[in-house]
Design a protein around this ligand. Structure first.
Ligand code: NDP
Length: 327
């Protein structure tokens, strides 16, 4: 028996609770992992509260990422005792995930714990940090350099936003952080933001083209914010769009794209090929230090994850939440 958050949906409705379960809840897979740490992401908040239909099979263990020790394996890729890392691949949505003391997974989804990180450090970064890194790599690939001008990060106090600010600053970019929590200006500046702006300046429907302000942007918010961000990008700049914290709608015009050559680079972390994952984690190993992790992450236990899910969706949680599943 092991402890798990279990999401059930039946005649009694949709609910998430902390339960003791046995291995029969786990799906098929060629690697069984004793989970060490998972995290609480925006998507896990949606799964736990049921506010959006991200869970598509019941009962489900939420948790889109985890680090754990291989307990049993039929795969040649790993040995018992290896410490492995998982992000995405529908885990926590259609295949039981990380918010339990045990998981059964497919070996093709797993990578070895990246060098430079302890299990807990890797989960302090988690899907949020890995997605932020994919966004920054996209900006670099499209030619946005520190000399190009300031880079905007929206939803800056969130998990993806906090890492995007920290990584961009470490790479020498001038970072503008957009947030609804101006009271967190000191935190954002400690992460490396040069300027902090009120997200209200971006959240309402705006003009097709605005002043050219930013050479690039990492947008975690979507909706009108993403449209306004595109309208404010300098000639030839790039927006890496990964999130929908304001909404999944996107009402823009073609003007930024056809008159200023702006690139809108979509970022998906879930189905990303293994080679891209390994590149992103290797770059994280070079760029993220313990000091940044201490500033960004807080650790809780399994029960705490259920209690915090509503606050996370309400944008009241700062940075990253690591879940010690054995706590
Ligand atoms: P968090 O909840 O940690 O952060 C989201 C942040 O967005 C909040 O902290 C808040 O920042 C801001 N925000 C919240 N509500 C609103 C609103 N109504 N209008 C404008 N801003 C708002 O989430 P994550 O960092 O984990 O994820 C961020 C987004 O990225 C989510 O939409 C998530 O689904 C998506 N995502 C996508 C991935 C992919 O593969 N494409 C992978 C990981 C995440 P502040 O207080 O600073 O304004």
């Amino acid at each position: 028996m092991f402890n798990s958050i279990l999401i059930e949906k039946d005649d009694q409705g949709y609910r998430a609770s902390l339960k003791e379960v046995d291995e029969s809840v786990l799906p098929e897979g060629d690697v069984t992992v004793a989970t060490l740490f998972s995290t609480l992401n925006y998507k896990d908040g949606l799964a736990i509260t049921g506010k959006s239909p991200v869970v598509r099979s019941f009962p489900m263990v939420p948790g889109i990422d985890l680090v754990g020790t291989v307990e049993q394996t039929d795969s040649d890729k790993f040995n018992v005792g290896d410490v492995v890392l998982l992000n995405g691949f529908g885990v926590g949505e259609v295949h039981c995930g990380g918010l339990a003391q045990k998981a059964r997974l497919k070996s093709e989804w797993l990578i070895k714990l990246p060098e430079n990180f302890t299990p807990k450090q890797a989960m302090s970064i988690g899907t949020a940090g890995y997605t932020a890194m994919l966004c920054v790599l996209a900006l670099q690939k499209h030619g946005v350099t520190p000399a190009s001008g300031p880079v905007l990060v929206t939803g800056a106090n969130g998990g993806v936003g906090s890492f995007a600010v920290s990584i961009l600053a470490k790479l020498g970019y001038e970072v503008v952080a957009s947030t609804g929590r101006l009271s967190e200006e000191a935190y954002l500046k400690a992460l490396g933001a040069s300027h902090v702006i009120d997200r209200a300046t971006l959240s309402e429907p705006g003009r097709p083209l605005g002043k050219e302000q930013w050479a690039g942007a990492v947008d975690t918010v979507g909706s009108h914010t993403l449209a306004n961000v595109c309208a404010g990008i300098k000639y030839g700049g790039t927006v890496a769009a990964c999130g929908l914290a304001q909404g999944f709608d996107f009402s823009s015009t073609v003007m930024p794209f056809i008159l200023r050559g702006v690139t809108l680079a979509g970022i998906d972390s879930v189905m990303r090929p293994l080679a891209d994952r390994e590149e992103a984690w290797a770059r994280l190993g070079e760029l993220v230090d313990q000091q940044a992790l201490d500033k960004i992450s807080t650790t809780i236990g399994l029960a705490g994850a259920i209690a915090l899910a509503d606050d996370l969706l309400a944008g009241k949680v700062r940075g990253r939440i690591v879940v010690d599943v054995n706590q």
